[in-house]
Every structure is written in C-alpha cells, then in structure tokens.
Design a protein. Structure first.
Length: 613
C-alpha cells in the first residue's frame, strides 16, 4: 500500500449535487493501490453482453447517502434499463475500467480515501450481472485544527461562535459536506455582523493517507466592520416619518443582520403591509450600509365570518371588521360580534401607535357581554383604556377599567349571589411567550401574571385586589410525543367575598380547567348547593400526547384543582383520554374525561380549538 502526506488547497469536493466544473480544482492526492477490475472480468462481461445484454448493475457494502452519491457519480450505475440493453461491448469495457476510480472519488466527500473495489461479473438468464463490492477502509479523521479570524472581527462573539461550531472537530471524520457547510457558516457570520470585506487568506487541508489523518488550517481577514446608514421606506401608505419610527437602528451603529430580521418581524406584526423587502446597500467607499425597505400596502379592510363551537360556550357565529389603518398616522380599528348559545359579545377597539419607553399601542376599547352557564348569568358593559407594548419575549400592559355588571349566581337569587355593581380599577398584566411554533410547538413556555385593584376612592363600589398567575410548559418526548404541564394560581383580597360580582370570583372546571367537570362547577357551595365562587384558585394538569401520523394522535391527562375559601377544601381530580387532530387551521382536541371526586355528571365531553400555548 502506498502512503504519503500531501498538502492541498481544497476546492469543493464532488458530490451528486456538486462536482468540479471549470476553474481551478483541488490537487488530487495519490489513490490507494488497490487491484482494479481485471482484464478477464472485462472480457467476461463483454461476452455476456454479446450473448444477452447487461441485465443489472449492483453495489454492495454501502448504504444511505454514501450509496446515493456513488450511484449519482459512477457512470456504470447511472445506466437505465434501455441503456443497459443497448450498450456495446466497447462502451461496457470503458465503464468497467472507470468504475473503481469514480467510486473512490464519490466516497472522498465522506472521508474515505482508502476504498477497495472488487468488480464481479456473473451470468444470469437475463444477461450479465455486474456487482461492485466495496470495502470502505478506515476513515480519515481530523487530528489537528487551526481556525482563526484576524482583524476587528476576531473578537466578535457571533463570529467566534461560528468558529467554535466548525465541523468536523478534532477526532471527527473528514466529512467534506460538513466542512463546506461550516466554512460557509463562518462567511455568513462575518457578513451578518457587517464585515463585508472579509476574505479567506489561508485554506489548507493536509491529509496523511498512510495514517488516515488530516489537519485543517483556515484563516480569515475580517476587514473593517460597516455601520448602519439611513433607513428609507418606499411604497408605504403612511405619512412620511411614521413608518420610520419603527426602525430599530440609528445611523452610525455597527451593522447587525439580526436587527434587520427583527425589523422584518416587527413590520410584519404591524399588519400594514402585504409585502416587505429589506435590502442592505453597503458602500465600500464610506463603510456605511443604507437600508432600503420596499413595502406594498395590505388591504385596508378585512371582513371575517366564521362558526365556533366549545363545550363551555356551545355553537356560535363570529363576525369581524379589521380596519388595518384608519388614517396615514397608522391608527387601527377593530370590531367583533360573537354570538353563541351561552355567550354573546360585541367589542370594539381603537389603537394608536406608541413609541415612548416601550414600543406598543394606546388602546381604547368598549365591550358589551352576556354570559350564561349552569352556574352564572352575567351582563357586563366595560370601557378600557390601556397602554401595551413588548419588551423582548414579554407582552406588557397597563389599563384602567370601568365596568358595570349585572349578575346572578346559582338557582336562587339572594343578597350574596346577585346584584348590580360598578367597578373602577387599574390592572397590570405581563405575559412571557417563548415557543418554536405558534400552532404546533415542540418546545415552549408561557407565563402570565395579572394584578388588579379597585377602590371606592376612585369610584368603585367595592374595595378589592386580585392576583392571577398561570403557566404552561411543553416539551417533546422522543420523536412523536409531547408532554404538557399547566397550572393556575389566584387569590382575591376583599373584606367580604359575597360583595364581589361574578367576574371577580374564582370558579374551576371545564375545557381549560379541570376536565371531567362542568364549566364553573367547582367552587364553594351555598345553602342550596349551588357553586357561588371562591376567594382562591389552584389548578394543575399533566398531559401526554402521542402522534400516530402527521395529523392524528391521542392523549392521556390528569387534572386537579379547586376554587376555594379554605385550604381544607382539598382538590377535585379528573382524568381521561383524548383525540388530537392537527387540522389545516389549527389544533383540535376532543377529550373524554371522568371526574373522580363527586362530579355532577360521571363523564364529560370536552372540545377545544386552538394551540396549547
């Protein structure tokens, strides 16, 4: 066996999708001295072809991507049925002689440089059968690496991260595909951080075949980092200077591609435009990158209509109007009518862009709601003025509520279970969202908190304070399963709970609470045995889901919780199984659950639409 150490400047290695074509190719190191197909085998194949044609060409010893690449690059294996039938003896002899060398070259991208190929020819009733038996030999492994960036980009954290993730690492197989991908990743990191003049100044791979060893040496010169210039909108329907207020960079700041990605998401979320094209325009003379933002206005008015169904609310109809912009200052208007068997609501919201401190919206909303269940009947009119915004993964809002509520709890009206109240209270809300997909997440976490307090000093009929926390956590288990945990914790502070209207009392049970119980079934009872709501809320759930196909799956779950006034009340438990459908418009869940602690009905059917998080 021949063994020698060689240094070469690598061009991309040939694969099925990428083979050298033009330009300066890499110097090829000496092949391993292996016996090629012998003349007797060629003569035998030629005789078989003259007799009956070439029936089949097989390859053994390889699988997966390696076998696919060999089939794509070895001429003998690319013949189709018609070509095998019509092949001439001379053409077959040429392809047989080339096959071992072509196969070895096809294996180099996977780090195998010492490949042995045994060509066998056998007769069959249909003609000659050629088999290429492959022994890969030991792979070439990386024994040393020297990867570096010089210049201002040497200390850039994103560039250094790309160098740390460079593959193959020391001890890994010299896989050319991973090598090329890693090299491209470093180039992308340099460009994304504004090093537009970066260049690869050293590019060497030293392979010692006798020892199946390779050394990588690569060096980039980063050049200067460019800075942001002006951001210019073209095609916007908003008045000049309005859209520019959403720009998230200032001229002179170091260029960062991630800022442009966030800007694209920000403009998408605004829902003003149907098309957004952000183009950096670097100027080598000034080292400045102007940003050209081309947009196309979306439809101004969106009308929606649909049907809904939930086991808690019944069948319903929804109509909506979304006016994406009311004027050239970017104001918005939204209105929705929701009519269901046990719920009806009409709501309108007017939104004005806000930029100070936290970018977001000023909102003024008016809603009228009529809610009915086996436990509560309520009519609520509410006016809300709020300021909302986002800070990273947090959605934040502060609001002032003025609410008029007529309510009746239970079957018999009394002083403690019915009345008309005016509530005036500020509220603060914060919600954390992080997940990898809005509809079908494989991992994610949401956490929310709400605090509200009313006082007679500001016009409320009742003094109270209330805090509510909720969280959901989701992770994949294996390849086709998910685990979902959720919980709620609430507490109301008031001198007399029975003075509070139904909207400020806690109830448990239903689709999104403790399954196996009716909606709002779980709470303290009055003398007539009717749930009247509690001061505290505690709910926990664990659910395991298994998908059997891309669209269908099943789940098992255990829920526990209570709305209570005393810790001695204990928890109500429910358990069951469910069907899961990943429909084109979102997740659909159908659950059959049994309450384990004296439910009104032994079994409950729960239907919910929408994502888990």
């Amino acid at each position: 066996m021949l063994g020698l150490a060689c240094s070469l400047a690598l061009a991309p290695w040939p694969t099925a999708a990428q083979s050298p074509a033009g330009g300066r190719t890499a110097e090829r190191v000496s092949e391993r001295a292996e016996p090629r197909s012998g003349r007797s085998q060629v003569r035998q194949a030629v005789r078989e072809v003259r007799a009956s044609g070439l029936a089949e060409v097989r390859i053994s010893g390889l699988s997966g991507a390696q076998a696919d690449n060999v089939r794509a690059l070895v001429g003998l294996l690319r013949l189709d049925a018609a070509q095998r039938t019509a092949i001439t003896p001379g053409r077959l002899a040429l392809l047989l002689r080339r096959a071992p060398d072509e196969l070895r070259r096809a294996m180099e991208p996977f780090g195998y440089y010492a490949v042995a190929v045994d060509v066998q020819v056998n007769a069959s009733p249909a003609g000659a059968v050629v088999e290429l038996k492959v022994e890969r030999g030991p792979p070439v492994r990386v024994r040393a690496t020297d990867l570096r960036v010089t210049g201002p980009g040497a200390d850039d954290p994103e560039v250094q991260a790309a160098l740390r993730e460079f593959l193959p690492r020391r001890g890994g197989i010299l896989n050319h595909g991973r090598y090329e991908s890693s090299k491209a990743a470093v180039n992308r990191a340099l460009a994304a951080r504004g090093f537009f003049e970066a260049r690869l100044v050293e590019h060497r791979v030293e392979v010692t075949r006798a020892e199946s060893r390779a050394e990588l040496r690569m060096a980039w010169e980063s050049g200067p980092r460019y800075a942001f210039g002006e951001g210019r909108f073209k095609g916007s329907q908003l008045r000049e200077g309005t859209a520019e207020r959403w720009l998230n960079f200032e001229p002179g700041e170091p260029f960062d591609q991630q800022r442009l990605a966030r800007l694209n998401q920000r403009l998408t979320d605004l829902d003003y435009f149907t098309f957004i094209d952000i183009q950096p325009q670097p100027d080598a003379d000034t080292g400045v990158v102007d940003i050209a933002i081309g947009v196309v206005p979306a439809l101004q008015n969106i009308y929606t209509a649909g049907v809904s169904f939930g086991t808690d609310s019944g069948a319903g109809l929804r109509l909506g109007l979304d006016r994406r912009w009311v004027n050239d200052r970017g104001h918005k208007f939204y209105s929705q009518l929701d009519l269901a068997q046990r719920r009806s609501a009409l709501s309108t919201t007017y939104r004005v862009p806000a930029f100070a401190l936290v970018e977001g919206w000023y909102q003024l909303g008016l809603s009228v709601r009529d809610e009915s269940s086996d436990t509560v009947e309520a009519e609520i009119a509410e006016l809300v003025a709020s300021r909302s915004g986002r800070l990273g993964d947090w959605a934040l809002s502060t609001a002032m509520h003025v609410q008029r509520e007529r309510y009746s709890i239970g079957s018999a009206r009394s002083v403690g279970t019915s009345g008309i109240d005016t509530l005036v209270y500020p509220a603060v809300r914060a919600r954390f969202h992080r997940y990898d997909h809005p509809l079908y997440a494989t991992r994610g976490l949401t956490f929310g908190t709400e605090l509200k307090a009313g006082s007679t000093a500001i016009g409320s009929d009742i003094d109270f304070a209330q805090v509510l926390l909720d969280a959901r956590w989701l992770r994949t288990v294996g390849e086709h399963s998910r685990l979902l945990l959720r919980g709620q914790l609430g507490r109301t502070f008031s001198d007399d709970l029975l003075e509070l209207p139904s909207s400020l009392r806690f109830f448990a049970g239903g689709d999104r609470s403790v399954r196996g119980y009716n909606f709002q079934e779980i709470s303290p009872l009055n003398a007539a045995g009717d749930p009247i709501g509690g001061r505290n809320l505690l709910v926990a759930s664990v659910e395991f889901e298994r998908m059997f196909s891309e669209s269908w799956g099943a789940a098992v779950f255990l829920d526990a919780g209570n709305a209570f006034n005393s810790r001695s009340d204990g928890l109500r438990r429910g358990a069951g199984i469910g069907l899961r459908w990943r429909s084109p418009v979102g997740p659909v869940s159908l659950d059959v659950a049994r309450g384990l602690d004296d439910p009104r009905s032994p079994w409950q059917l729960h239907l919910t639409l929408g994502p888990e998080l």
